[in-house]
Design a protein around this ligand. Sequence first.
Ligand SMILES: [Zn+2]
Length: 448
Amino acid sequence: MLARRAAVIAVAVLLAACSRRPQPLADPALTAEIAGIRAIDNHAHPVRVVSAGEQPDRDFDALPVDNMEPQSDPVGLRPNAPGILEAWHALYGFAGRDLEGGRLTDAQALQQRVEKEKGEQYPTWVLDQIGTAVMLANRVTMGPSIQPPRFRWVPYADALIFPLDNAQLAAANSDRKSFFDLEDVLRRRYLDAVGMKTVPPSLAEYLARVVTPTLERQHSGGAVAEKFEAAYLRSLEFDKVERGAAEAIYARFAAKGPAAEAEYKPLEDFLFRYIATECGWLGMAVHIHTNAGAGGYFHVGGANPLLLESVLNDPDLRQTRFVMLHGGWPFTREITALLTKPNAWLDFSAQDLALEPAALAANLREWLEYVPEKVLFATDAYPYIPEMGWEESGWMAARAGRRALAMALTGMLRSGEITRARASALARMVLRDNARALYALAGGRAAK
Ligand SMILES: [Zn+2]
């Protein structure tokens, strides 16, 4: 009898287990809550609205990545990437069910209709569609349609660390050539703004008349951070270099022409730390690209965030807030270890486009279990390809980033690590509160 009863119970348990539906990867109530939090996007490239007859906006990046040699693109950035149709539908009411035969033209016509109707309010309208309160706009210049309080400026500082003849650095490959050509153009714009045609003959003059005034002009123009795309151009290992050594290199090559990579590097290193120090004094953060790409020649190993360790450990740079963009992919574990540095933060921009939410959720969970106050939501919204402008990529990355956050927090809840209240607090921290604290955006209506 006892044996029979045990067998009945065993069968009942087995049936219950078989009929139980698998738990969703993300808790539905938490997912809904996360969808309702208006975010601060730490890194994106919104495109300015131009009037009829005006040249298309190119200031959305100092180094636009549309002139590189072909590479094997990741799935998430291809013209048929999953999510593009949904983005078109959500943003412009596109009704098509596939991406074949003329769909792009149809979607572009719908997009242009909305842009024309909204005019200069169009970029702000896009933020409203993707649930973003404030977007940090990584752009060379801002413009009438990209303005505070909804957009905050992050200009570029790379052109300032390569002040000399860059011909030898540019000769490495065709992508470096096009990048250095663009940096030379930007440095001429920076020189023009301080009323100079060429760089001065000494480093002291260059710092006093070009570098510091450029940073001050950008700060007074509303910049909250300076961005380095240096990993496109060289490694992230910026050594500590004595000023005298940097002065000698500057004087020698300002007079005599192109420096080889090894001869030039100590000067670049000195200038990087000088700019980072100035940013600390001015109250601007320093944003650094830490991610594989862009392009098939990109030196992935040179973008390892661990190469920044001596910068983060420099006592002179402890007043500067460094934000490692794109979460250091593929070095996501290495970057975790750097979060205990008091001057280090990260965002997960681009990971929410290039990775599946489940893969991003695993990275997020590791960071949130370690130093959650240093983790920032971001999209890297960017006009990647005709099918995916900054609007579509922003929409897709924001959705995937929110999904990944919900999955990471659900996992932590189910394993008993955190309470439901703590899950809500962590969601608000990642989506907005950490960025508000970092950039002192608190109190303003902008961050609501
Ligand atoms: Zn970017």
